[in-house]
Write a protein that binds this ligand. Structure first.
Ligand code: ZN
Length: 876
């Protein structure tokens, strides 16, 4: 379609398979009854058929897309909608689990796909790095590479051919640098995509220069009309979808909730609307959301006019001649097809007539668009006509599928998944839930590869009566990568490629009343690694003073996803570029493992903590520095004495820190989203216990010397707020209470949430961040005991930090607090609230907005030394 789609007709059934395997079932009575889901799907397919345009929403991160407008454009107007994301969002925080970085990126891609499913849109990714919060577009471009990012955006625009682009990001907003950079790229890409002199290497395999007609940028969320002069498009999120019976914004909320790692989201629509009302300047009626407004900021030369005030980004766009008559012919008795969704068979008759009609074949022949979609020759028509006809062709096939009642899906033996190395057999089930016999011709697989696979193989010939289904077993299909979605993301060095997003993995070719149709099937299977290593604990092991010769013992879950036994080993490797080591993968430890088919087992393996003696053929190197280790499952290759990988690797950080603690400490902690805190306490060899909120409420806290409230716990476990006085009493009685960073809206006193001041004295958070991980740290009270016992903290302890210094810095605090550290991003005012400490009764209170958990996970020695001082504070 957009690029050169190459197809292989899969030799669906060798005759023997046809004789042996298919199991046709007669379900009585004939299943002509339409479910309400089917009714909605048919409505949407028929509506889509009337709209030959694509609307693209460009966003920097997952959840930055304007789900409401995507939903309205698709559900109300039938536009083809796509979203394009600059990054996978892997640099963000994880509100539901311990995964960060690449693992988080893989989760966010899946969340985005789930959200897009509800929005009725398709997600695409440019694969730029999300390196965490950035304050400037220049810093962002320094990381992404401006030209690389622009070429990626231009390429996606040229392939997806949107007539309209919308974006939430504005070059005039002083927000996240990734947002500002994305906003700039959109403006540049609008012109560059249309200019064949820009990125000419892209112009092959059916990719052409592409002129977007209109570009819209969203203006503030307010019911006030914007002052700007350009045309304004207003989307009302409170409108009700007539066919689904829900308000569009309710669907948008449902999609937002799929971005679970970025939560917490409102649980109900009432909570959603209330959240908007609590912002200043919002003036929607109770139970309603403010209108969404966009201004037109660019349009193509000679673009069709848009009125000053509109409710549809596509308003006024005229389809190319020829396409108009085609769309006009989509009627039954001069009424739109959508009025006939309760007469499915009538609709099918009408669509088949259209498919056979002279108008149809003339248009598609004249425009060189072959009805056999994947075998289309390069189009000689203009890109505009080709794009419109491609969409109509796709939509017609979907409409034929919905009207025919044919259902097809992939099934795998292994719980809907396929395993990497050996690709287990799977099957395709095709059911006729419609009202007339359908003759199956073949099942066609197609995907985009640089090599054309010739069409071939035998063809199925089997008629399915209404109510009949057939299950066709598939032999090994290693090459059908389009059907298989890897569990993770394929990260390559240049640009990270996301998992494949082929819109249609395969089509079922049928004939109905003698008319051929290829029915697209959206069904993909998850591709699992053969042997999966998960839940490694600890995720980071740092040896601290006095424990230098120890081994770090890692416990992990090893799962055999195959239906055959696994006899091999788990090997721990040094996986890092190191001076003096020519091979950066050196085996540190191995352990033998045998697993039955589908067995999961917990295993342990020890790695040297700090001193790694590496023998690499030539020199013996002794390392006394933190290192990255990888665990691989391996088995002996049959024909050679070498070990080969059986699955993907999982990583841990092994480090060292000269960190001492006070004697006789007993730490209680309320854990946040990850395990960095318990792992770090274990590395410090201090007695510690995780506390549930109930334990805080019920148990005697005086047995602990210090208690830590981890990142954002007052948000993730809001029940703790009701027991907060117990924690403050613990400090008053002589304990040390330590609280790690919270967002300002999760912390500041808020009567509506029954949240009073959580600290013993006034402490109000703002939204300031220090995003430069190397920002200079100034010691405001260098002699303060918290910076001197048991470890003397100095500038070296703030070296080798990652991603950022701190978030949501306090903006106001009681004079009882001592501010110990000062820092700032380049060119910004200094922030002093990163580490605050106060006496509280006979004990102590510490609040730190610094991002300790990322440093602890990365094995940064200074973070271990500072954590040791915090838990030791007040306990000499
Ligand atoms: Zn964002």
């Amino acid at each position: 379609m957009k690029h050169k789609i190459i197809r292989s007709i899969f030799a669906l059934l060798a005759l023997s398979l046809l004789l042996n395997a298919p199991r046709a079932q007669q379900n009585a009575p004939a299943a002509a009854k339409q479910s309400s889901d089917d009714r909605v799907a048919l409505y949407q397919a028929l509506l889509d058929l009337t709209n030959p345009w694509t609307v693209m929403c460009i966003a920097a991160h997952p959840d930055d897309e304007d789900g409401t407008s995507l939903i309205v454009m698709r559900r109300k107007y039938g536009a083809h909608t796509v979203s394009l994301f600059s990054t996978f969002g892997e640099g963000g925080q994880n509100a539901i689990g311990p995964e960060l970085y690449q693992e988080l990126g893989a989760i966010r891609v899946r969340e985005t796909m789930a959200a897009a499913e509800i929005q009725g849109s398709e997600p695409y990714f440019m694969g730029m790095t999300d390196f965490g919060y950035s304050k400037s577009p220049d810093e962002t471009f320094a990381n992404w590479g401006h030209d690389l990012a622009l070429s990626q955006m231009v390429l996606q625009i040229r392939k997806l051919r949107p007539s309209v682009i919308i974006t939430n990001h504005s070059v005039t907003n002083n927000d996240h640098g990734h947002h500002q950079a994305t906003a700039r790229l959109v403006l540049e890409a609008f012109d560059a995509a249309a200019d064949p002199k820009r990125f000419p290497d892209q112009l092959k395999n059916g990719v052409t220069a592409w002129q977007v007609q209109r570009l819209f940028v969203r203006v503030g969320r307010s019911n006030q009309a914007p002052a700007e002069a350009g045309s304004v498009v207003t989307i009302d999120p409170n409108e009700r979808d007539p066919i689904r019976g829900v308000v569009y914004a309710e669907e948008a909320l449902r999609a937002l909730q799929k971005h679970a790692t970025q939560g917490p989201w409102p649980k109900t629509f009432a909570e959603f609307t209330a959240r908007f009302r609590s912002f200043s300047g919002q003036n929607a009626a109770p139970g309603q959301l403010p209108l969404i407004r966009y201004v037109l900021v660019r349009e193509a030369k000679g673009a069709d006019a848009l009125s000053k005030v509109s409710h549809n980004f596509l308003e006024g766009l005229r389809p190319p001649a020829g396409v108009i008559s085609l769309i006009a012919s989509l009627k039954i008795k001069d009424r739109p097809l959508t009025e006939f969704i309760d007469e499915r068979d009538t609709v099918l008759t009408s669509l088949l007539e259209l498919r056979r009609s002279d108008t149809f074949s003339r248009i598609f022949r004249e425009q060189s668009v072959s009805p056999a979609k994947c075998l289309r020759p390069p189009s000689t028509a203009s890109p505009e006509i080709t794009a419109a006809l491609d969409l109509i062709w796709d939509h017609l096939n979907v409409a034929l599928k919905e009207a025919s009642g044919i259902k097809a899906s992939l099934t795998a033996q292994n719980g809907g998944s396929v395993v990497g190395g050996e690709v287990e057999p799977f099957a395709i089930r095709i059911a006729n839930n419609g009202s007339r016999p359908v003759k199956l011709e073949e099942v066609a697989f197609h995907y985009c590869v640089p090599v054309q696979l010739e069409r071939g193989g035998p063809v199925v010939s089997k008629t399915l009566s209404p109510g009949q289904s057939i299950t066709l077993p598939m032999p090994s299909l290693n090459w059908i990568s389009a059907l298989l979605v890897p569990k993770g993301i394929i990260w390559s060095s240049e640009v990270k490629l996301p998992i494949r997003f082929e819109k249609e993995a395969f089509t079922v070719e049928v004939s109905m009343d003698g008319t051929l149709a290829s029915l697209p099937v959206n069904s993909q299977l998850t591709l699992l690694p053969d042997i999966e290593i998960t839940n490694i604990t600890p995720s980071t092991a740092v040896s601290t003073s006095g424990a230098r010769d120890a081994k770090a013992v890692f416990s992990m879950q090893v799962k055999n996803n195959r239906s055959t036994p696994f006899n091999g080993r788990i090997a721990g490797y040094l996986d890092q570029e190191l001076p003096g080591v020519s091979n950066n993968e050196v085996v540190l430890a191995t352990t033998r493992v045998s697993l039955k088919p589908h067995e999961t087992r917990q295993i342990k393996i020890g790695l040297p903590e700090t001193e790694v003696k590496v023998t690499d053929g030539m020199d013996k190197t002794t390392l006394d520095i933190p290192y990255l280790a990888a665990f691989h499952a391996e088995e002996e290759a049959k024909s050679s004495p070498h070990w080969r990988y059986a699955g993907e690797s999982s990583h841990v950080m092994v480090g060292a820190a000269d960190a001492h603690i006070a004697p006789n400490l007993r730490i209680g902690y309320i854990r946040g989203f990850d395990y960095s805190l318990p792992d770090a306490l274990a590395s410090l060899r201090v007695e510690s216990k995780e506390l549930s909120v109930d334990e805080v409420k019920m148990s005697d806290l005086s047995r602990y010397t210090s208690i830590i409230v981890d990142n954002r716990v007052y948000e993730s476990q809001p029940e703790l707020i009701a027991s907060n006085q117990k924690l403050l009493d613990f400090a008053n009685a002589g304990g040390t209470l330590i609280v790690f960073y919270h967002k300002s809206n999760e912390w500041n006193p808020d009567l509506r949430r029954n949240r009073a001041q959580l600290a013993p004295y006034k402490l109000i958070l703002g939204n300031e961040r220090i995003t430069d991980e190397n920002a200079l740290i100034t010691f405001l009270e260098p002699q303060h005991p918290l910076l001197n016992f048991p470890n003397k903290i100095g500038p070296d302890d703030f070296k080798d930090w990652i991603q950022e210094r701190g978030l949501y810095y306090p903006r106001e605090w009681d004079p009882q607090f001592h501010a110990l550290l000062q820092s700032n991003d380049p060119g910004e005012a200094p922030l002093k609230g990163g580490l605050l400490v106060a006496d509280s009764g006979r004990g102590h209170y510490i609040y730190s907005s610094m991002v300790w958990y990322r440093q602890l996970r990365a094995g940064v020695p200074g973070a271990y030394r500072m954590l040791a001082n915090m838990i030791s504070y007040g306990h000499p």
